[in-house]
Write a protein that binds this ligand. Structure first.
Ligand code: AGP
Length: 610
């Protein structure tokens, strides 16, 4: 996700825009730029954080009282000066910034190229700029109406702002799927992706809704609906202070990112998952799918939480595509002189795309002549650039060191890949359709799971002083047991181990007593009865059980002290739901223990050392 700001009024715009962008930097920091109208269009944009843009402007700034700004979280096109926003019309008369994903940008770009338009960047946003130009050229519409017309041809999501030299008293903004707020001042207005860049100047705000377009002038603004009907909008009073707003009102980025998972997974499926043919279309792997489909073996390499996501991926690909999968710690893979053969394919999973061990695994596989693909969240990251091809999560920046939405987004991408590999091969069309429908429904199921947050917080109060935890799950939920244990360890500093539930009787059961909380994942799937037996073995030894389950009321309540009930879904997709209460449990225990949740001791968000 990116950050957008805008200003129209009687003050110099530059400092307002740059400070506003710094307030939105948590939304993305791959590149930043501003455009200011002052008779002509002044544009400055730089790869990297906002500090670099500020440096570039120092002593050589842009004057003017109307402008827009953007801080980028790259989705299409790596972070560099050319792909940075704002993007400018061919004649230099207007500039535009965009937050979102234009799903049909390829077809639009082809159409516009045939009409002679040229593109200087690799972004989907520039396609929108050329489309607006084309609408003006074809129809002679005013810019505001041309923007509306152009947006009607766009599939996907957008939050945009636009300024033009043709009207120095006009700021245009529109939204569909990406937030935009208008701050109302005295003969001046402030635009922001959220209230963080606005609250310093005014607490009066107007919230734009999806499909709405606003024309802002110094003496007032007009909001129009999708079908160009003028709307009456309410001016609200902001209640948050700045600190809260940058975290979207949450106390920590980790909680914000846990709560963002429904929208993050929608973005991970946007333009990729369809309820009818072709069902799955992973653009970045289109040319590599045959090679992956024909692989004798797929080796998944990753570290930490990404390794847990890869373990879930192993179950999904083997269950649906019947291709043998091995999952390797990247740090082990790179040092053990792995035996790779022609017919192998390596797929690495990394949120940051910069993890040194995972990057080394890429290079080791490439040294042996094996094709390597990547699943990353950070566009233009080293791993994304060095792998032959890959898929981006589109989960937006993950600031909290403990990975949450990246894990579920990685599993979502791996599920889509498993379906793409399975299509026309090893999955009955009816089963494929059922899985696709269930995957499409996952974001709303997670929203339901998030409603257990208060109950989980109450459970956390019971265990804030625990010294050890066991996490147990079977099948596709065994990796979730590992992930739940890692979450607790890394932010609350409580020792925790994850195990396959059946493994408990081969040793760990010796640990069970009243002081060893045991978290079970017991979904009503093919392993349920066996897991219930494991629960009984723990309870018989005075163990205290917390269970995450979709069982009915009363089924496990007599056995387990704490039951966290979640919705049902397809067995193989259940990790996307069962992990959420475990994320919340670790979060609340850590908060109760006074730990630094977003920046736990000894950890870093991206481990770029070996
Ligand atoms: C997860 O919560 C940790 N922050 C850590 O294990 C992380 O998953 C691991 O370092 C891998 O990072 P990557 O996905 O960016 O490669």
């Amino acid at each position: 996700m990116c950050g957008i700001v805008g200003y129209i009024g009687d003050r110099e715009a530059q400092d307002i825009l740059v400070k506003g962008l710094s307030r939105l930097e948590y939304r993305g920091y791959d590149s930043a730029g501003i455009a200011i109208v002052n008779g002509h269009l002044g544009v400055r944009k730089k790869e990297g954080k906002i500090a670099r843009l500020s440096e570039d402007l120092r002593g050589n700034g842009l004057s003017g009282k109307l402008g827009i700004g953007h801080t980028r979280w790259a989705t299409h096109g790596p972070p560099n000066d050319l792909n940075a926003h704002p993007h400018v019309s061919t004649d230099g008369s207007f500039a535009l910034v965009h937050n979102g994903i234009i799903e049909n940008y390829t077809s639009l770009r082809d159409m516009l190229s045939e009409r002679g338009y040229r593109f200087v960047s690799q972004t989907d946003t520039e396609v929108l700029v050329r489309l607006i130009e084309d609408v003006v050229a074809q129809t002679g519409l005013t810019l505001g109406k041309a923007v509306r017309q152009a947006l009607s041809q766009v599939k996907g999501t957008y939050g945009i702002a636009l300024v033009s030299t043709e009207d120095p008293d006009m700021l245009i903004a529109a939204r569909k799927g990406s937030p935009l707020i208008l701050g109302v001042g005295e003969n001046e207005y402030f635009l922001g992706s959220d209230a963080a860049p606005i609250v310093e100047y005014t607490r009066k705000v107007v919230y734009l809704n999806d499909g709405e377009l606003v024309i802002v002038r110094r003496r007032g603004f007009k909001v129009f609906s999708v079908d160009d009907v003028k709307l009456k909008k309410t001016i609200h009073e902001l209640e948050w202070d700045l600190e809260q707003i940058e975290k979207g009102g949450y106390e920590h980025f980790m909680l914000k990112e846990i709560m963002e998972q429904p929208s993050a997974l929608e973005d991970a499926m946007r333009g990729r998952l369809y309820t009818e043919e072709p069902f799955v279309q992973l653009g970045g792997l289109l040319d590599s799918l045959d090679q992956l489909r024909s692989a004798d073996r797929i080796i998944l390499c990753a570290c930490g939480t990404s390794w847990h996501a890869a373990l879930v991926g192993e179950y999904l690909v083997e269950a649906w595509a019947r291709i043998p999968v091995e999952v390797e710690y990247a740090s082990e893979f790179r040092y053990r002189n792995p035996i790779l053969r022609q017919g192998d394919a390596v797929l690495v999973v990394s949120q940051s795309g910069e993890t040194a061990d995972t990057l080394a695994a890429v290079r080791e596989a490439q040294r042996q002549g094996i094709p390597v693909y990547g699943i990353c969240n950070t566009v233009g990251s080293t791993i994304a650039r060095e792998t032959e091809a890959g898929v981006y999560l589109h989960a937006g920046p993950e600031i909290g060191v403990a990975s949450t939405k990246a894990f579920t987004a990685q599993v979502t991408i791996l599920a889509q890949l498993a379906l793409a590999l399975a299509k026309d091969r090893s999955l009955e069309p009816t089963e494929l359709s059922r899985i696709v429908a269930e995957l499409k429904a996952i974001p709303s199921r997670i929203t339901e799971v998030l409603e257990t947050a208060d109950a989980v917080e109450q459970i956390a109060k019971t265990f804030r002083y625990a010294s050890n935890f066991l996490y147990l799950g079977r099948g596709v939920n065994f990796p979730v047991a590992l992930e739940g244990a890692l979450k607790l360890k890394e932010i609350s500093y409580i020792h925790a181990e994850g195990y396959p539930a059946a493994e408990m009787k081969h040793g760990p059961i010796a640990l069970i007593d009243r002081f060893m909380p045991v978290v079970f994942i017991a979904m009503k799937d093919s392993t349920y009865e066996k897991v219930v037996s494991n629960i009984e073995e723990v309870v018989a030894r005075d163990g205290v059980v917390i269970v995450v389950t979709d069982a009915e009321e009363g089924e496990l309540d007599h056995l387990c002290e704490h039951v966290i009930r979640i919705p049902k879904t397809h067995e193989m997709l259940s990790p996307l739901l069962t992990v959420v209460p475990l994320q919340l449990l670790s979060y609340h225990i850590a908060v109760l223990r006074g730990c630094d949740v977003d920046q736990p001791r000894n950890l870093a968000k991206s481990v770029t050392v070996e």
